[in-house]
Design a protein around this ligand. Sequence first.
Ligand code: NI
Ligand code: MN
Length: 226
Amino acid sequence: MKVTYYGHSCFLVNLGDKSILFDPFISPNPLATNIDINSIKTDYILISHGHEDHLADAVTIAKKTNAKVLSNYEIISWIQNKGVKKAHPLNHGGKIELEFGYVKFVNAVHSSVLPDGSYGGNPGGFIIKSNKNCFYYAGDTALTYDMKLIGNLYNIDLAFLPIGDNFTMDIDDAVICSNFIKCNKIIGMHYDTFKLIEINKENAKKSFLNIGKSIDLFNIGETKAY
Ligand code: NI
Ligand code: MN
């Protein structure tokens, strides 16, 4: 699989001939001015929760690409009211079979109001299982014992974890999370975009190296193969 970073918690994951865009927040992100959202092609858009910094560009990109949007029921209703035709609601514990495998909506400990103040349902994360890969996109979340369940039920080979502190886990909690989910390969997200979530990237990398694991911190626009 190939992973491209568009800043904050937004990644494009290519699985063979299908791609998934997670939590698009690009045009309002001052760090992502080098990214043109019109150049992004995707088959699916997955939204972890209702906050602006996770869905600001979702409606625009969904309409432009004709991608199908997956999120919780309340966010899907909101997106459909804005004219997005292809959308599918999930709730915690539920999964949907797609061409490449399945997507499951799992717990996150956070909040989820939508940008206009309407109710955004409950926040979540995603497990994506294909015939080749199994990865976890945590969304915005605190460290929680629910992550142990993920480690017990799945062979997670890659995990996208928030590390910016203040609104989510910090790097130390992300290290514990990586142990709970039994995963050695981590991609960091939700850091440096705002003053409140600025981190020391070298220290973050050391925290994972110290326990024999690795965390990748992408440059915005960068693509890596896994
Ligand atoms: Ni949030
Ligand atoms: Mn956020």
